[in-house]
Design a protein around this ligand. Structure first.
Ligand SMILES: N[C@@H](CCC(=O)N[C@@H](CS)C(=O)NCC(=O)O)C(=O)O
Length: 208
């Protein structure tokens, strides 16, 4: 049976769970990372030298790490015709642009905001850093708001890996108790994601 290693509270694990669900692929999730440990064990490190989650181990034992790569692999290997990861070069490039952009630009400031409100003990919270991250994210989400105008999902009528890569951060942006600029297209995109069972089951969860 295909195995996904990683705690369910990790944004990067959530992406893969949602992809597995959209593709209708069977899997067993094994808790790892955070308080579950396991990621320092040599057997785990041999699959994922960073000792981070997620790691995917396919049916034959072959493994992959880096969540975006895992999502692309699942489509390539098990659902090559899926609209999640379109084959046409330019459509694929558009999806990959948002995946790379999310990893390169959105993740860091969103982690700062999320950790400040949810995971860092109150006395240790750095509100100046949170304010700067919120300002930065406001600018980034404006870019998504403009790109999402007139579309159901980020790249058009179909859900793609672009939405999956960004979905956890969109959820956290709307679920955190913060001031947000009015971004109606981003809100509509979030509402469209909320109609996907894989998103509500694995991603749009209470913040923890
Ligand atoms: N770029 C990596 C990042 C992986 C990563 O930072 N994972 C975090 C959880 S979101 C982690 O493993 N943290 C340590 C832990 O949970 O033990 C990916 O996308 O897979």
């Amino acid at each position: 049976m295909r195995k996904l290693w990683g705690r369910a509270s990790s944004s990067n694990v959530m992406k893969v769970l949602w992809t597995l669900e959209e593709l209708g692929l069977d899997y067993e999730r094994i808790d790892a990372g955070g308080t579950f440990g396991r990621t320092r064990e040599p057997a785990y490190r041999s699959m994922n030298p960073m000792g981070l989650v997620p790691t995917l181990q396919d049916d034959d034992g072959w493994s992959a790490w880096e969540s975006n790569t895992i999502c692309r692999y699942l489509c390539n290997a098990h659902a090559p015709d899926s609209p999640l990861y379109p084959a046409a070069a330019r459509a694929r490039a558009a999806v990959e642009t948002w995946m790379d952009w999310t990893l390169g630009h959105v993740t860091n400031p969103m982690v700062t905001i999320f950790f400040t409100h949810v995971r860092i003990p109150e006395p240790d919270r750095d509100w100046a850093a949170e304010g700067k991250a919120r300002e930065d994210c406001g600018k980034l989400w404006r870019i998504v708001d403009a790109a999402a105008a007139g579309k159901r999902f980020l790249c058009g009528d179909d859900l793609t890996l672009a939405d999956i890569a960004m979905g956890c951060w969109i959820h956290r942006w709307f679920a955190l108790p913060i001031e947000r600029p009015d971004l109606p297209n981003l809100r509509r995109l979030y509402d469209a994601l909320l109609e996907r069972p894989g998103f509500t089951r694995h991603v749009a969860l209470p913040l923890a």
